[in-house]
Design a protein. Structure first.
Length: 152
């Protein structure tokens, strides 16, 4: 007799996202998510996407009607003064972190329900961007080269 067949568990990603969001907010920091904008179902303003990714500020002061259900992250936010609806399927959320410290985590890939240990196609690891000042909820501004100035 083999081992009992257990029903597949739901994705842990939305639970981790909600827990980390709460932890970041409880510590007085600004929660940001790194999103793979190339994933199907992602709806973000095209001008915010850089190299197929976008960083979104999801702090309460930056968004309206924030919803984090098991399928997607949804909210409305102003981009260049225009209110827009944003939808990010859970599979497209790469990481969640605090803007001020960079602390947070890359979300683990989901596993196929039928194949233990096999990663879902399209999942990839990514590093969390360094913390940077920005105006919510815009994507991180373009990086500039270092500028040194001699002070006498």
């Amino acid at each position: 007799m083999g081992e009992p067949v257990l029903p597949p568990m739901s994705s842990q990603r939305p639970y981790l996202l909600r827990a980390l969001y709460e932890w970041i907010v409880d510590n007085g920091m600004t929660p940001h998510v790194l999103v793979d904008a190339r994933m199907p179902g992602v709806r973000v303003p095209p001008h915010t996407v850089k190299d197929g990714q976008v960083v979104l500020n999801i702090a309460e002061r930056a968004v309206v009607r924030l919803e984090m259900d098991n399928d997607a992250l949804r909210f409305s936010a102003r981009f260049n003064g225009v209110s827009q609806s944003v939808v990010v399927p859970m599979a497209a959320v790469i990481a969640v972190y605090a803007r001020e410290t960079g602390q947070g985590m890359a979300l683990p890939p989901d596993l196929h329900s039928g194949e233990p240990g096999e990663l879902v196609e399209g999942e990839a690891e990514a590093s969390v961007p360094a913390a940077a000042d920005e105006n919510p909820p815009e994507a991180d501004p373009p990086k500039r080269g270092a500028h040194l100035r001699i002070v006498k």
